[in-house]
Design a binder for this molecule. Structure first.
Ligand code: ATR
Length: 286
């Protein structure tokens, strides 16, 4: 690979950065398209985040990804934030143009795109059951509401957090129709559900025997999605497949958030198949 004075950089800011898949995925895509760009992990503490970002704006950076624990803190260093990222309250992708920093959230849009590309399904008009109320849930739920999902029911271990997220969706998004459901209301909510999305960490390695939803609650009409990508197929997805449901694993969301980020930085379509292939050889935990 040729690195010279024209090479443009894309950063990944987080702390710590031990298990990131993004450098491999983006550098494979840059090489495939013959773009003189390099994706570079930069481990940075919260204390240094501002000074690092201000420095990047003065350097040959076209942008950067932001990961744990900086997705919320980064907002205060940006000049502009797009609508979805503002509603979510978190940014995972920043573009730098003429020294100006604009923040986006491609976690939610990456999920929606994986659903469209993987299963040919649109979320518009859909009746969703979201499991979880953490950071992943916020990104997915707000994006679904902005893209016209008819109903977003939220089930979470801590019901108060589900109520808080549902209330925020309804307050921020005019067409939003969201409600928390508790254990007692779950069966009834599932009867009207088209798409179930797990955003909790339940079932993630090493606790692969766990599942966030009992198998007996699944029906063949449900589309079942899991944003957990380690293991590649969670117990929830296995049991959904056994029930006759269509399933969507977490890996495509991971790739499509990268696909969406890639286009924001470069202005060209990303080679999704090259990015999938770059992750194929990565083992568990990445
Ligand atoms: P992320 O940013 O990855 O979404 P998070 O903010 O820590 O992570 O949220 C984790 C989600 O998984 C939460 O909805 C959490 O439920 P609580 O709000 O009750 O904490 C859920 N979760 C994690 N472990 C769980 C478990 N063992 N059983 C049920 N839900 C669990």
């Amino acid at each position: 690979m040729k690195i010279d004075a024209q090479t443009r950089l894309i950063g990944l800011l987080g702390y710590p950065l031990s298990h990131s898949f993004s450098p491999q995925m983006h550098n494979a895509a840059f090489a495939h398209l013959n773009l003189n760009k390099l994706y570079l992990p930069i481990e940075v503490t919260e204390q240094d985040l501002g000074v690092v970002i201000r420095g990047m704006a003065k350097m040959n950076f076209d942008g950067f990804n932001v990961t744990i624990p900086h997705k919320i803190n980064v907002l205060k260093y940006l000049d502009e934030v797009d609508e979805a990222a503002a509603a979510i309250g978190a940014v995972n992708c920043v573009t730098i143009k003429d020294g100006r920093l604009k923040g986006y959230n491609t976690d939610g849009s990456g999920f929606v795109r994986s659903l469209e590309q993987g299963l040919g399904e649109s979320v518009r008009g859909g009746n969703i059951l979201l499991l979880g109320s953490g950071g992943g849930a916020r990104a997915v739920a707000m994006t679904l509401a902005l893209r016209g999902a008819a109903r977003i029911n939220i089930f979470n271990r801590t019901v108060a957090k589900a109520q808080e997220l549902a209330g925020e969706i309804n307050a921020k998004i005019k067409s939003g129709s969201s409600a928390a459901v508790d254990e007692a209301a779950l069966r009834e909510a599932l009867a009207g559900t088209d798409i179930i999305i797990n955003t909790t960490s339940v079932g993630m390695s090493p606790h692969t025997e766990e599942t966030p939803l009992e198998k007996s609650l699944l029906q063949p009409r449900h589309i079942v999605c899991d944003i957990v990508y380690n293991p590649r197929q969670t117990r929830l997805l296995q049991e959904a497949a056994e029930t006759g449901c269509r399933i969507l694993p977490g890996l495509p969301m991971l790739v499509y958030q990268g696909v969406e980020s890639f286009t924001l930085w470069t202005g060209v379509p990303a080679p999704a198949e090259v990015m999938f292939a770059a992750l194929e050889n990565k083992g568990a935990g990445t």
